[in-house]
Design a protein around this ligand. Sequence first.
Ligand SMILES: [Zn+2]
Length: 330
Amino acid sequence: MLVAMNTQPPVLGIDLGGTKILTAVIDAAGNVLARDQTPTPAAEGVAAIITAMTVSAKRAIAVAKLTVNDISAVGIGAAGPSSPESGILFTSPHLPGWKDVPLRDTISRKLGKPAFLVNDARAAALGELHYGAAKGMRHFIYVTISTGIGGGIVIDGKLYMGAIGAAGEVGHMTIQADGPLCDCGNHGCWEALASGSALAREATSHIKKGAVSAILDYAGGDINKINAETIQLAAKHGDKLAKELIACTAYYFGVGLANLINVFNPELIVIGGGLSNMGDMLLKPAFKEARARAFRKPYEATRFARAALGGDSGVLGAAVFARAGLAKLE
Ligand SMILES: [Zn+2]
């Protein structure tokens, strides 16, 4: 069986993000044979982005010294709600003008191969489950904390998709009913309180109101350049406002973790995304808050780990999703 598996042809994984497109040729054992990265021409619209995806895919295949015929399928991980069944990406938070795009079938037609579409954070969860920090786990939740908060829920060893394939939107659980407006239109979502953009929004607002902080210096004096990184830098150098804002982000991050622990009783929560690189500064107080709120036994049964696959989790997981989809077709 193992031999048969390892003789399966490689698949192509595509990770479509708001700023970059990553494509990779991945063999049956999860080795990345070649990869290509290109900026997402977000402002140029749907057609330009699809062209950029196929051009990048073909480059990755060429780097692997293969042809498109050597690839058995294409897995696409894309930000935003989508239907794995219809292959339609309904909207994408970082791609203006995207509405009900038949992304899966368009890519399939352009490359002449079966294609499969899954949300990018769900793809990353699959990547971590098969090759990363959650290898062999039965009950695990992947949480990515960066510009927003995304997730993937694995129950009994399987990615939980829900009735229409939309399950796992942990970033949009309501944490504070009358809280700040979220990009999704709701108020007080987890990502409206505990993400990188929430952190930047709060810092900007405080500074506009006259707060004195080194955050602005780290942003080169330009209030529009304030982001999670400049706030982290300021906090590391002892800036009071930056430290307070990160503590506030950690608090809300912990509140959401407690909810996930109480609802799902996971054995493991894997935390990825840019903000997780803040490490203890963010995660220690978050875990403390989660411990204070969650039921004791499920909290004690939960292990926390940092994501292990870095930038490759999306393409690796998209490839896993494509292989599973292909197996269903056969
Ligand atoms: Zn929301």
